[in-house]
Design a binder for this molecule. Structure first.
Ligand code: SF4
Ligand code: SF4
Length: 419
């Protein structure tokens, strides 16, 4: 690594050093409480998979360049130079961490591994050594947003086909309002993922609730956040914020994508609209009796996997249980306290990297598999696309014999006339 590159990377490092980050980097007492908290370490062993080890890789570079003792006396200050080898170690640490923040719940100081790993990911982006696929996906998403007019007609044609499916399955009245798009003054803007599975069940529930809603032109997923690039994250996020402002909606509802929800909730700032997840909205409809579900529709035992970005990191925990207790006679929680629920092992961009990470994802999620099996459930529900893919992979790999389902589609399938 030449000195100009190092200097540029250290500027990126410095840009992350706010008060909270300095606290995280200066506080660890190496007590080891977080060791067993990480699903990767709990499943695979190896010190390099503990939260504290991951922190230490970043902390030593911090000491070398941003602390006097590390600069003057590196061997005593446990400082480490930023070079190609340390960059490779940061890559291994950042892309074996799903950012689930289970370790944060255990740490007495709340040291945030996800935040510390965001430094590692930013340095990798700066050096051009991040997983190329994630940047490619982020750029494709940004380009699509720039030339919306090119995609608009195709998008609307696709929506027309989906409307037919909603009409057929839920006997909705055919017409322009089955999946409304670009409705000025709608109350709720729904931001979906690409694919019928993210749009059709949601549409059925919105319509059953009599919601004044409209579908976003943009996809919810934020690959900028997966790759840890603040600029790309912002560009992808701002498209949705601008659309919500243009349409003057009161609420932006994010589909079953934990990262998209967390990013929108935490980074959108003060806006003239509220941000909610579809799980929260569907629980609200049930509470307000705007929709009703058949309580006898599901007779098999059901359990629920908390998506980390939605639950531990987004605060949406009780809503899924509220829904499931009305949908299934035999709901079995897999954990006494959902704050401590195990990660599925697919977050942080690992699922988006597909086959490349499959072996690691399977090995690092053994504790999740054991947890699911212990419930004896036949249906494993979740509310995140990423988790859904990972859980299906685990189901195939470990022969868990469960049916992995999206919570929103379970609600849609159980709809009965309200009142
Ligand atoms: S954030 Fe999750 S994956 Fe990363 S070190 Fe902590 S527990 Fe492990
Ligand atoms: S629990 Fe917190 S203080 Fe203890 S080793 Fe882990 S990060 Fe450091």
């Amino acid at each position: 690594m030449d000195s100009a590159t190092r200097s540029d990377l250290l500027k990126l490092f410095k840009s992350k050093l706010n008060r909270a980050m300095r606290f995280y980097l200066e506080t660890c007492t190496r007590c080891g409480v977080c060791t067993e908290a990480c699903h990767v370490h709990a499943s695979m062993g190896q010190t390099r998979y503990t939260a504290a080890y991951r922190h230490e890789l970043v902390r030593r570079i911090y000491k070398k360049y941003f602390k006097t003792r590390g600069r003057v006396w590196p061997s005593v200050g446990e400082a480490r130079a930023l070079d190609d080898m340390s960059l490779q170690e940061l890559h291994d640490a950042a892309y074996s961490c799903t950012g689930c923040r289970r370790c944060v719940v255990y740490c007495p100081f709340g040291i945030d591994t996800q935040m510390i790993m965001s430094i590692a990911k930013l340095l990798l982006v700066g050096a051009g050594t991040e997983p190329e696929m994630l940047t490619l996906l982020a750029d494709t998403s940004i380009e699509k947003g720039k030339s919306l007019e090119l995609y608009k007609d195709l998008f609307l044609q696709g929506i027309e086909k989906l409307e037919g499916e909603v009409v057929k399955k839920w006997h909705a009245e055919a017409g322009a309002s089955v999946i409304p798009v670009d409705v000025q003054g709608a109350d709720l803007l729904y931001v979906a993922l690409a694919g019928a599975h993210s749009i059709i069940p949601a549409a059925a529930v919105f319509n059953a609730a009599g919601e004044n809603w409209t579908l976003s032109f943009f996809e919810a997923v934020n690959f900028g956040a997966f790759v840890g690039d603040p600029t790309r994250t912002r560009l992808i996020l701002d498209r949705i914020i601008n659309e919500a402002k243009r349409l003057q909606v009161k609420e932006v509802c994010i589909c079953e994508c934990g990262t998209a929800f967390r990013v929108m909730k935490q980074l959108s700032g003060t806006q003239p609209f509220n941000v909610s997840s579809i799980t929260e909205v569907q629980a609200r409809y049930l509470r307000e009796k705007r929709i009703a579900v058949d309580p006898d529709r599901i007779s098999e035992p059901v359990t629920y996997h908390d998506p980390c970005q939605l639950a531990r990191n987004g605060g949406v925990i009780d809503e899924a249980r509220y829904i499931l207790k009305r949908l299934a006679a035999d709901f079995r929680d897999m954990t006494a306290d959902p704050q401590y629920n195990w990660c599925c092992g697919g977050g942080g961009g690992l699922v988006a990297l597909g086959e490349e990470t499959l072996d690691f994802r399977m090995k690092s999620a053994q504790v999740k598999v054991d947890q699911v099996k212990a419930t004896g459930a036949a249906i494993l529900a979740t509310a995140c696309e990423n988790c859904h893919t990972q859980l299906r992979n685990l189901n195939d790999h470990y022969k868990m014999n469960v049916e992995v389902r999206f919570l929103s589609s379970m609600v849609a399938d159980a709809l009965v006339p309200a009142g």
